[in-house]
Ligand binder design. Structure first.
Ligand SMILES: [Zn+2]
Length: 96
């Protein structure tokens, strides 16, 4: 994503076949700024989700051995989903 922002700020980008594409600088700057704003919002949302999951774990330190069906909408399963999404997002960031 950082490369995309850099390409947008450069004002032109060659396609895979070498075709050079020109876009107005204003459009590129607006697109790059929008991407960076979304990245910042995503990081903030991830931090909030992590704090909710951590608060749940502090309030419920003992995990029960009961089995939940796929698609269960209980709070425990929602927290598990949050942790899985955070781990996936961290993996994507590490792969940059
Ligand atoms: Zn559940």
């Amino acid at each position: 994503m950082d490369d995309l922002v850099k390409a947008l700020r450069a004002g032109e980008q060659a396609d895979m076949d070498g075709t050079l594409v020109k876009v107005s600088r204003q459009a590129c700057e607006e697109a790059a700024a929008a991407i960076e704003a979304l990245q910042a919002q995503l990081a903030e949302a991830r931090d909030k989700a992590r704090s909710v999951a951590d608060a749940y774990d502090r309030a419920n330190p003992m995990r029960t051995a009961d089995i939940h069906r796929d698609g269960c909408d209980c709070l425990r399963c929602a927290v598990d989903s949050i942790r899985a999404l955070i781990a996936f997002a961290n993996m994507l960031e590490a792969a940059k």
